[in-house]
Design a protein around this ligand. Sequence first.
Ligand code: KIV
Ligand code: ZN
Length: 523
Amino acid sequence: MTDTTAARDRVMIFDTTLRDGEQSPGATMTLNEKLAIAQLLDEMGVDIIEAGFPIASDGDFEAVSQIARMAETSVICGLARAAKGDIDRAWAALEHAKKPRIHTFIGTSPLHREHQLQMDKDQVLRKIEETVSHARSLCENVQWSPMDATRTEADYLIETVKVAVERGATTINIPDTVGYTAPRESAQIIKDLLDNVPDLDKCIIATHCHNDLGMATANSLAAVEAGARQIECTINGLGERAGNTALEEVVMALKVRGDIMPFHTGVDTTKIMAASRMVATASGFVVQPNKAIVGKNAFAHESGIHQDGVLKNAETFEIMRPQDVGLSDNALPMGKHSGRAAFRAKLKDLGIEMGDNAFQEAFVRFKTLADTKKDVFDDDLIALIDDERTSTANDRIKLKFMRVIAGTEDPKSADVVLTIDGEDHAATAQGDGPVDAVYKAIDDLVDHEAVLKVYSVQAVTDGIDAQATVSIRLEEGGKIVQGQAADTDTIVSSARAYIIALNKLLVRREKTAASNSDISIAS
Ligand code: KIV
Ligand code: ZN
């Protein structure tokens, strides 16, 4: 930490990618994906990880409890509605964490009180007393949130926060649940609370902004300037509707503009790109090319004047260095003669860390790729590693073999062998084209009613030997899942993307079956 950093105020980063982010329709992640993301967040210095909503399903419970056991430094938080059963379940998932936190919430705005809760103001206040006290009887670290705070009457919001503080909440989070506020108002709400709630200065005040009007980052920073010291955010801004405040945006804004915003975070910014890629792959939400900080074009200079300036002095058109967010400054391609040491060094350069087994498997796939493709570029390696991460040992369905007949003559057909729950099953099918034939053969082997909603192919790099990333989205009974895979053979990536999505569908089905029927998850 530099002297200037030490003099600045510390802002806690609370990441809710695995809870609020995962609530985006179609962003369901597997247990292994959640563990990998949590491990990276822990390593990159995120202060608090909201790992899930334990009462929502057995899958969520399992994810929170495994993350709680695994995390080394981050506080691990679980969400609970204002109900004893929710809080007890959250605590059961969290109690083994080195640093556990229970986060409980209730709607406080007139719309939420009248229509969702059917409770009057007093009843809501009594519920807050009861539930915050109960949470505190289990855990010393309790966060309380008035859902839809920014549309709650100012004087009533003060009353609710007073009660939560009196009952022992240690963090008070002010959610802009529907992304309705604007920077000046966001700051004013925090100031009003600090001026009117005794002892609030002994708690951490948090801000949790949704991005419906594109102001989430600005609203979060305005809240910090007014006294909030925790920002709730997600990687890539993932989240329901227009998403949440993007972690990379607030962290980099505070780093780059420390001159006018004297605050700092504990996040190792060089891991931002790795986290962004991991979350994009696991959630299937591709990052838009012009997305601030993590978009493909965020550091690309196309126009002649810009390129000329950057070559002379990067600062002419760059306000931060690509390396500060973990972009490699060594884009030399690898090839079939590159050995293990070079491969390991390249992964390190790209901010990718993996255990020995995963490394050996990735190296074998790299060698196979290098046999097909002369130059293996950074983007090829990232696609390969992402792919390695999305298919896991726990997947119930695996692709063992496939062969297709395609061309100008009919029939187009596919032979497919899948290993399902450890047993091999074969099918042959015909279709309008090779992908259709493969999908029909898979459908003969896997019992599902999902409809293919999106199928898209993107070349990872330029050239005839480029890998193709196939992204697909399936919908079954209103539930959406996605799959993504890369290969130099587009039909193979199509099959693998489909199988990844079907594996997620199975997880999703288990989750739905286990979930409480009247549960309503907050955004
Ligand atoms: O947006 C929201 O209000 C939430 C709460 C549960 C904090 O996500
Ligand atoms: Zn939210």
